[in-house]
Unconditional design. Structure first.
Length: 179
């Protein structure tokens, strides 16, 4: 296999083309390097600005969970035949009194029922009018002030006498510590 003289003639032309292309690519490389450098500078400045401007937020406080109701004292309110009609529970920590109607308990029509605390001395203190249905809750003073509870039948808005019931007392019960 011999070398043909015509093939060497193409080599200078190819070299000239590659040199001409490299000049063009070098000038194009300059623009791409400059654009990359500008993009890097913009990125660094943006990161610095965001890191100094963004406020540091304090951690959110833990959500408050409602305390489980505690039953420190109970009273079973019974009618004159000793039939239990209402169960009253007393959370002495929160002074919250909860009234639950038992089976056989019914509200009179055109009247309301009112819960009373009966102190050792003095006149009865109204805890409030019991709404029809539901499980009413009332705030009351210390359980030690009321060893007995009573429910009376009163006009729709409750007893007009602030010192005690005006209607018949239908249920009573002693307040005792829960076991």
């Amino acid at each position: 296999m011999g070398l043909r003289p015509g093939r060497f003639c193409l080599l200078p032309r190819l070299l000239d083309r590659s040199r001409a292309g490299s000049r063009i690519s070098r000038s194009g490389a300059g623009w791409s390097i400059a654009a990359t450098a500008i993009a890097a500078i913009v990125l660094v400045v943006s990161i610095r600005e965001l890191s100094t401007v963004a406020p540091v937020l304090a951690p959110a406080p833990a959500p408050q969970v409602a305390q489980e109701p505690r039953i420190d004292y109970v009273a079973t309110l019974a009618d004159d035949k000793s039939n239990a009609r209402m169960l009253v529970t007393w959370d002495d920590r929160t002074s919250e009194v909860t009234v639950r109607r038992l089976s056989g308990s019914s509200d009179p029509s055109d009247k309301s029922m009112q819960l009373w605390g009966l102190p050792k001395e003095g006149h009865p203190v109204s805890f409030g009018v019991l709404p029809v249905g539901g499980t009413p809750q009332f705030k009351a003073a210390s359980v030690n002030a009321y060893p007995m509870l009573a429910v009376s039948v009163e006009p729709i808005d409750g007893s007009p006498n602030p010192n005690g019931p005006t209607g018949p007392v239908v249920y009573t019960g002693k307040v005792i510590p829960a076991a």
